[in-house]
Design a protein around this ligand. Structure first.
Ligand SMILES: C[S@@+](CC[C@H](N)C(=O)[O-])C[C@H]1O[C@@H](n2cnc3c(N)ncnc32)[C@H](O)[C@@H]1O
Length: 253
């Protein structure tokens, strides 16, 4: 899964936001950075280039992601960790950063409370969530394809998980419950550029948790053909560029 995520999804969907987030991180001039839910390390490798930050610690729940990321961005210290229970002493980081990870956490208030614990005085928490599904043109087309391929009980992963924490007021309230105040909140729409819609579909079907639902159905190639057909009908075969909307928050204790 990490290899497919890295090859097909990162360049189109995640790298544009990592380039924006590293600029926001660098402006804070942090020395010790902790990254949560770092995945394959697209943001990590950018964080390592921040001149003020000699120490980057990258974590993810998934051991396979940690193995992939530590090979891709070996300048960081990599560690398997659940963002809801951080294995670090209090007060050790100037910046905690998390790109498109908090939506996966069942207990966000617990996670934000632990972020506050590990922040040094004056430290910041910088993170992003996706907007509603309808603001992400690639994933609207993907979900339509999945609903065609699975007319009964289609996978609901995309509307309910990546796009299931898409109300900024709820995010701000969860931060407040953890003792964190929002300093800046931005709605950010960037263009994703996909050379091939078929490759992008492969990334979504093999590099995300949807893979299990597709494999359970037993005929993955038929599912892929239907999804590619629907995505192509909506977006063209590629190259195609499409808008993707995120919310980016900066919070402090
Ligand atoms: C959409 S990916 C984002 C990865 C990376 N930040 C990026 O921008 O490419 C979400 C990541 O969250 C991780 N994750 C899910 N639940 C987690 C948890 N409880 N604690 C830490 N990481 C978690 C997954 O393993 C996955 O790598």
């Amino acid at each position: 899964m990490p290899a497919a995520y890295e090859q097909y999804l990162v360049p189109v969907v995640f790298r544009p936001f990592a380039e924006d987030m590293v600029a926001k991180a660098a402006a804070l001039r942090p020395r010790r950075i902790l990254e949560l839910a770092a995945g394959t390390g697209v943001l990590t490798s950018h964080l390592l280039d921040i001149a003020s930050a000699p120490e980057v610690t990258a974590t993810d729940l998934n051991e396979a992601m940690v193995a992939f990321g530590s090979a891709r961005a070996p300048g960081a210290v990599w560690r398997q960790a659940d963002a809801q229970r951080l294995p670090f002493p209090g007060g050790g980081f100037d910046l905690v950063v998390c790109q498109f990870g908090v939506m996966f956490l069942p207990d966000r208030v617990a996670a934000f409370t632990d972020v506050r614990r590990v922040l040094a005085p004056g430290g910041r928490f910088l993170f992003s969530t996706w907007g509603p599904l309808g603001t992400h043109a690639f994933e609207v087309a993907l979900q339509a394809g999945l609903e065609r391929a699975f007319p009964v009980d289609p996978p609901r992963f995309f509307p309910t998980v990546p796009h299931g924490y898409a109300d900024p007021a709820v995010v701000v309230a969860d931060l407040a419950a953890a003792g964190l105040a929002v300093e800046e909140e931005q709605e950010l729409t960037l263009q994703g550029r996909a050379a091939s819609i078929a490759d992008l579909a492969t990334g979504y079907l093999t590099g995300t948790p949807v893979r299990a639902a597709v494999e359970a159905r037993g005929d993955a190639s038929a599912v892929r053909a239907t999804v590619v057909e629907e995505m192509t009908a909506r977006l063209g075969p590629g190259p195609v560029s499409a808008p993707m909307t995120a919310y980016v928050f900066r919070a402090a204790a």
